[in-house]
Design a protein around this ligand. Structure first.
Ligand SMILES: [Zn+2]
Length: 198
């Protein structure tokens, strides 16, 4: 990312710029999401890594990012690891689901990429206010029967307003999931304007 050549797409200097956010799961109440762990603040090299993977398709970043997430996944006792799905039209355009790539290094929770489907394409959340974001996502996801009675660890690349994670959690709970926890690579912090308080 900094232009230094090496065997890994993420060098130690860039990695050292990542600002840790949650180091253990944060319990949440009053909504469908039961806990969250957002590994890094969405700024600097961490934000750059998220954007390059997602928008510039720098897939060599996925492995070093996924290895970092895998370490955090050890904090959770869960039955299914479910990447936040993207709609097939976006998958077709991008060629991969970034959240699924980030889930691939997690060995402590079985991966269930088909447990949640995006049944409706949505407008990008960027530029929408909070009410518009929630309305935009309503009914966008559907859970498969395999989630019934399970503890789900939902995985996303970045949590912005939290709307996507909440809507995924709602669909998973409707599908019978016992608990839903979120593991995200990066997030805006609680002191920043776009943060949705739990
Ligand atoms: Zn670097």
């Amino acid at each position: 990312m900094c232009g230094l050549l090496g065997p890994d797409a993420l060098c130690d200097v860039c990695g050292a710029d990542f600002v840790p956010l949650d180091t253990t799961p944060v319990r949440l109440s009053g909504g469908p999401l039961d806990a969250r762990l957002c590994a890094y603040r969405y700024r600097g090299r961490a934000a750059q890594a998220v954007r390059r993977l997602k928008y510039q398709r720098v897939t060599s970043l996925a492995d070093p990012m996924a290895r970092r997430l895998a370490e955090h996944a050890r904090n959770f006792e869960a039955d299914l690891l479910v990447p936040v799905p993207i709609h097939w039209s976006r998958l077709h355009y991008r060629g991969f689901n970034q959240s699924e790539r980030l889930a691939e290094a997690v060995e402590t929770v079985p991966l269930a990429p088909g447990a949640l489907r995006r049944i409706r394409a949505t407008r990008p959340q960027v530029g929408l206010d909070r009410a518009q974001r929630l309305g935009n996502l309503r009914g966008a996801f559907r859970a498969s029967p395999e989630v019934e009675g399970t503890r789900v660890l939902l995985l996303d690349d970045v949590m912005t307003s939290g709307g996507t994670a909440l809507e995924c959690a709602r669909a998973l709970k409707e599908g019978g999931a016992r608990s839903v926890m979120l593991l995200a690579f990066a997030s805006w912090g609680p002191d920043e304007p776009d943060w949705a308080a739990p």
